[in-house]
Write a protein that binds this ligand. Structure first.
Ligand SMILES: *Cc1c(COP(=O)(O)O)cnc(C)c1O
Length: 363
């Protein structure tokens, strides 16, 4: 009989998160369209701020993230005291679950919700519960129907990843109204900056009106800084206080903090990125649709495309052209591939490869 240390309950059930691939065998040039990154990269001002920090590496970072919280507060018009920063919004999501959900508690999210919700739930010994989606969209009625006396947190990414779909803010509001007051609603706004329709809201107003809602933002997507691991959240003071109790004191490093300030202050760059992405999104959607494939309506920097039985062949074909996209079977979507929107040139290569596949496969 062997005895070995055993992890806590729930840990063994975790399937480790697998990020987007970044290699294609044999390809001369690799175009990574698998992680919803900003293909144009960050603001040059963020890069300069990052470099300038290199002379201070022997000093601990500011554990209170003061300059960054002040920059976010200024630009987003929010109170500094209700902001918290993390090493990616992932870390903040993890801190929230760690602080509020444990054994016997339930954390609820949608059928094709972001995988980190499940991973953090299991790692804290809590039980993940999913609610069905309707036509790949968050279904508020299904979420409300799945609430039990054990529910502690409900996560909704709006827009969601990997579906790319968004639901009207009136629906998010209806969800909040339908939830008990002791349930936290975590609104994940990772792609919020890509939207500019007037009826979209990331949920900031719900945080202000309630005592139980938190909104997460990231510097990993439109801001183009995923390598630095940087995110922020806005929540009622009592939730911020609780999260700060479980936060590592120096969870965000100095170069990331400095780059974050510069990136946040360069909203002209964000606007430019939003416009560029909108043009390219439309072009790629047009090309894919023309080939007869169904594209799930997206307001983000990625699309979910139904290739059905062609998924393995298409994936291999794109890889042979150096194009790395994301398989989403792990999200319960085996008939689809998720494709991030690249630069203009990258998208042209993608479109050519798709056309080539279509021609080669005409019976
Ligand atoms: C990318 C993404 C995040 C952010 O991840 P970081 O940890 O900030 O890099 C959060 N939620 C969703 C839905 C995402 O797609």
């Amino acid at each position: 009989m062997t005895t070995q240390p055993t992890p806590k309950k729930g840990i063994s059930e975790i399937s480790p998160y697998v990020g987007g691939k970044s290699k294609a065998d044999g390809a001369v040039r690799v175009i990574k369209l698998s992680s919803n990154e900003n293909p144009w990269g960050p603001s040059p001002k963020a890069v300069a701020a990052y470099s300038a920090e290199s002379t201070h590496m022997h000093r601990y970072p500011d554990g209170g993230h003061t300059a960054l919280r002040e920059a976010i507060a200024r630009v987003q018009n929010l109170p500094v005291s209700q902001l918290i920063c993390g090493a990616g919004s992932d870390e903040l999501i993890g801190m929230l679950v760690h602080a509020y959900a444990g054994a016997g508690d339930e954390v609820l999210y949608t059928q094709h919700g972001f995988l980190m919700y499940k991973i953090y739930t299991l790692s804290n010994g809590a039980t993940p519960i999913t609610a069905p989606e309707k036509n790949l969209h968050t279904d508020v009625d299904a979420l409300l129907a799945a609430v039990t006396p054990r529910t502690k947190i409900v996560f909704v990414a709006n827009p969601n990843n990997p579906t790319g779909t968004v639901i009207p803010f009136s629906e998010i509001r209806r969800l909040r109204t339908g939830l008990r007051e002791d349930i936290i609603l975590g609104l994940d706004a990772a792609y919020a900056e890509y939207l500019d329709q007037p009826d979209y809201e990331d949920g900031i107003s719900l945080v202000k009106e309630n005592t139980n809602t938190i909104v997460f933002h990231t510097f990993s997507k439109i801001y183009g800084l995923p390598a630095l691991r940087l995110g922020w959240a806005f929540a009622p003071a009592h939730i911020i206080d609780v999260m700060n109790r479980v936060r590592s004191p120096f969870n965000v490093n100095s170069p990331a903090l400095a780059a974050g300030v510069a990136a946040m202050e360069d909203q002209a760059y964000v606007k430019d990125m939003r416009a560029k992405n909108a043009v390219e999104l439309k072009r790629v959607v047009g090309a894919v649709t023309k080939l007869g494939y169904t594209v799930v309506p997206s307001t983000t920097n990625f699309i979910l495309v139904k290739f059905g039985a062609d998924v393995p062949k298409m994936n291999a074909h794109l890889a042979s052209h150096g194009l790395i996209v994301r398989e989403v079977a792990g999200y319960g979507l085996p008939d689809y591939l998720r494709i991030s929107i690249g630069t203009t040139e990258e998208n042209s290569i993608l479109i050519d490869a798709l056309n080539h596949f279509a021609k080669a496969n005409v019976a």
